[in-house]
Ligand binder design. Structure first.
Ligand code: 57M
Length: 359
């Protein structure tokens, strides 16, 4: 919005030329989203409490979690509001990809919202059935895939990290692939969201990595120099990633141990899906498994645990899945698990950035 209002005035006020730059607008998107979520946070948490939007805790989890009963949840709605408002203010709203990522953020947010709402109304920790949730997620992710594949100039090749000459062209199969990336990311972040700050920290780290990927993919000179896929228009997604970072930090302020609020499915599903959509748009799809390696680890721990549990009629690989519960039950204090997982997420994001050069 500000870009459309103020940039045209640069002919009279030359300082307004600065609104042209993605870097400038991204910095302000970070700050705007941070300030919104930080300032509205206390009011929003109070409202959630008054409306009795409080977490029900399952009694089969680690005992340390029982004291978390009653913590307000669905704080993800504030993250979505902050990201959308900051993107709206600072991005070029004629850009197609900006609308695609906003659609994914809000659409997956709605799915999560329905799930959370059912949990609140039914007053138990189960919401939408897994099958219904997966159906809604897949439908929205496939629509996203169709929209990007149909966008003029978008190529359907997949970028393999470390191999610059191998990039298979999937044609229309790319829609399925994109849907898999988006749904997978959405669910993996959801599984990770089980300790204070455990999901939002690595989501913010991944948003930093994708902010850089989006900037280079959208800049023809840098993309050419690095020999990566140039995606015309994807540079504007940098502003969206900036808004994610700002909103993520603002939310972490309140979600840090001991959490005053949880994000709920409305937050975890939408944030994961948004990262997936950004990975698709910037053509850094496979590397998401590395940037978000922590989420992959958590999801794999669940898959292995469930398969092993079924095959052996009740034996377990981990004390409890997802992985963070395993370490909790081993006696690590919650903040130790959280910070160590953050350290892993930062290291993985750094390694993933090196794929821009190591090709
Ligand atoms: C949601 N949600 C948290 C909060 C958050 C297939 C199975 C492994 C699925 C998995 C599952 O349901 N995972 C997805 C995880 C819940 O948090 C709410 O949910 C939102 C995210 N969707 O925003 O609203 C609890 O997590 C804790 N929490 C925090 N801080 C936060 O900032 O402490 C969340 C955010 C909160 C709070 O305690 O109540 C969750 O864990 O429910 N299921 C599981 O994770 C279960 N694992 C399991 O059953 N494992 C078995 C299987 C695989 C064989 C095993 O290993 O033996 C465990 N989860 C819980 N208790 N709570 C086990 C039982």
């Amino acid at each position: 919005m500000l870009y459309h209002l103020l940039y045209p005035l640069h002919t009279t006020i030359s300082a307004f030329n600065v609104f042209r730059y993605i870097t400038f607008r991204t910095i302000y998107a970070v700050l705007t989203a941070f300030i919104i979520s930080f300032l509205l946070g206390p009011w929003f948490i109070r409202k959630l409490s008054q409306m009795q939007v409080r977490q029900f805790i399952r009694d089969n989890g680690p005992q340390t979690h029982l004291k978390k009963a009653g913590t307000p949840t669905m704080g993800g709605s504030l993250i979505i509001f902050s990201v959308a408002a900051a993107t709206f203010l600072w991005a070029d709203l004629t850009n197609f990809f900006v609308w695609v990522v906003l659609m994914v953020l809000i659409g997956f947010g709605l799915i999560g919202f329905i799930d959370d709402y059912l949990k609140q109304v039914l007053r138990r920790s189960l919401g939408l059935t897994a099958r219904r949730k997966l159906f809604l997620q897949t439908a929205l992710a496939a629509l996203t895939g169709v929209l990007v594949v149909m966008h003029p100039g978008f190529n359907t090749q997949v970028t393999l990290p470390f191999f610059k000459t191998v990039s298979p062209n999937l044609g229309w199969w790319y829609v399925l692939f994109a849907a898999f990336v988006i749904v997978g990311a959405s669910n993996a972040v959801n599984l990770t969201d089980g300790l204070d700050g455990l999901a939002i920290g690595p989501v913010t780290v991944a948003a930093v990595a994708y902010m850089i990927f989006a900037y280079v993919a959208g800049n023809i000179k840098i993309a050419d120099y690095l020999q990566i896929n140039y995606v015309a228009g994807s540079g504007e997604v940098t502003v969206f990633c900036g808004a994610l970072i700002g909103a993520g930090l603002g939310f972490l302020w309140f979600n840090a141990y001991p959490a005053q609020v949880f994000m709920g499915d409305v937050g975890s599903l939408s944030l994961g899906a948004s990262l997936g959509a950004v990975a698709v748009i910037t053509k850094q799809e496979i590397v998401l498994a590395l940037v978000g390696g922590l989420f992959v680890m958590e999801a794999l721990s669940v898959i292995f645990q469930v398969v092993f549990f079924k095959m052996t009629h009740g034996k377990r690989i981990f004390r409890m899945a997802p992985l963070h519960h395993h370490f909790e039950l081993k006696g690590w204090p919650e903040p130790k698990v959280i910070v160590r997982f953050w350290i892993i997420a930062i290291a993985l994001a750094l390694i993933s950035m090196s794929t821009l050069k190591l090709r």
